[in-house]
Design a protein around this ligand. Structure first.
Ligand SMILES: *Cc1c(COP(=O)(O)O)cnc(C)c1O
Length: 430
């Protein structure tokens, strides 16, 4: 978008912000071109500062399950803001949201609110280490758990997109406490447990990978992880920052029938405000200060406006058939994309869980990050650009999940299939 207000803003932004952005993938480096700057969002669409409108499949990276500026959430924010926006003392909305979360995900018997997914996973690992008196954690290649030091090892999308295997600034001693295995490979995890018997505190996993594109788990993968953790006295942490309240009313743990020891949440739980949660078994969570010695705190944690936005969002998702309708729309979108890919002779492997979805431009199956990396990123980049010109905003990387919100209408899905079909034809003809 040369010469417009977005490009002017991006030039200014680059002088004062690294890469012109406050989170790396937003800079569009993986797809080329320059990012658009948003003037406003409404329902399923974003309008940029040059007046162009896009059907939005990023949905603030999954945080907005109701779409932009949902009236019920807006009303709740207004009411909350009238009463001030941070107290540094407890408020009723914290209790209400915690009860709501526990009602939907009973494994979170006790929880703590923080301000981001990153904070939630950091704290969950600290607690796991304290509770087990062990140091090592196991994560999976391509899974992203926020940007804390110990997680920037084989960490998927943002990191992968930039081609940084690790990050400078992460001490080797810290990185060495993180062991990695391929997703969907319980045998590799069993091998890690065999080698490091009594040193592994926890296995942390995105139950459906969403930060390396979308990768569903094999049916026996999570039961095997649960059993390995039980056999070796390690904790199983489900990082549901993306999947929580997204893939089902009770998250991936409900959809998969697995009870993790600890769970981390973010994105949807804050209704688009900066909220994270870590929680789980009461006996573990009682170790957190001030009940126990494991320290963790936050000046703005439990923020009344964020709590109100999260609560209003979750209540909207309780409408009868809410998740079924989202799932059906998402399935229809993917059927349309796969049909278009077949017609254009482009290999595509697509999948979804609820309204979280993804597609790789490669023959399947895609079971792990190594499989995902075989996809045609150059074709994806051209497709992304053509889609944007036609009014469809896909995540600016071949290794991100997409999201459908309840604001995406059947007409939006029809429009999207038609425009992405045409855009794929253009990208392929290149
Ligand atoms: C987004 C995400 C995080 C990080 O959350 P932030 O709020 O960006 O810090 C952690 N884990 C998963 C699975 C995520 O998708």
């Amino acid at each position: 978008m040369k010469g417009g207000r977005s490009s002017e803003l991006f030039d200014r932004a680059k002088r004062v912000l690294p890469g012109g952005v406050n989170s790396p993938v937003r800079a569009f480096r993986a797809v080329g071109g320059t990012p658009f700057f948003v003037a406003r969002g409404h329902g399923s669409s974003l309008v940029d500062v040059d007046g162009r409108e896009y059907v939005d499949y990023v949905c603030s990276w999954g945080a907005l399950i109701l779409g932009h500026a949902h009236p019920a959430v807006l009303a709740a924010i207004h009411v909350a803001a009238e009463h001030g926006w941070t107290y540094g003392a407890p408020c009723p909305a914290e209790v209400e949201l915690a009860e709501e979360v526990r009602g939907r995900m009973p494994s979170l018997e006790v929880m703590r609110f923080v301000n981001s997914g990153t904070e939630a996973t950091m704290a969950a690992v600290r607690l796991a280490r304290a509770a087990t008196d062990r140091d090592l954690i196991v994560k999976f290649e391509g899974c992203y758990h926020g940007h804390a030091d110990g997680f920037l090892v084989k960490a998927g999308s943002g990191v992968a997109t930039l081609g940084l295997p690790d990050s400078p600034g992460v001490p080797a001693a810290l990185a060495s406490l993180t062991l990695t295995a391929p997703f969907n490979d319980a045998t590799a995890v069993a091998e890690l447990f065999r080698k490091h018997a009594k040193r592994i505190a926890a296995v942390i996993v995105e139950p459906y990978v969403g930060n390396a594109g979308f990768i569903p788990p094999d049916a026996d993968f999570h039961p095997a992880l649960r059993a390995l953790c039980d056999d070796h006295g390690a904790l199983l942490i489900f990082d549901e920052v993306m999947t929580g309240f997204r893939v089902a009313a009770g998250g991936a743990q409900e959809r998969l029938g697995i009870v993790p020891d600890l769970t981390t949440l973010g994105k949807i739980v804050g209704g688009g405000f900066p909220v994270g949660v870590y929680g789980g078994r009461a006996d573990l969570m009682r170790r957190i200060a001030p009940d126990g010695p494991v320290y963790q705190a936050g000046t703005l944690s439990g923020n009344p406006i964020a709590m109100a936005a999260g609560l209003a969002t979750l209540r909207e998702t309780e409408a009868p058939g809410f998740y079924d309708q989202l799932e059906r729309r998402t399935a229809r979108l993917l059927d349309g994309l796969q049909e278009a890919a077949r017609r254009h002779g482009v290999p595509m492997t697509a999948g979804h869980a609820g309204s979280m979805w993804g597609m790789y431009l490669v023959e399947g199956p895609v079971r792990n990050y190594a499989d995902a990396k075989r996809s045609d990123t150059a074709l994806f980049a051209r497709w992304h650009k053509a889609a944007l010109t036609r009014g469809v905003f896909l995540a600016p990387s071949a290794f991100e999940a997409g999201f459908v919100s309840s604001a995406h209408s059947e007409a939006d899905i029809d429009f999207t299939i038609q425009e992405l079909d045409a855009a794929l034809g253009e990208a392929r003809a290149h």
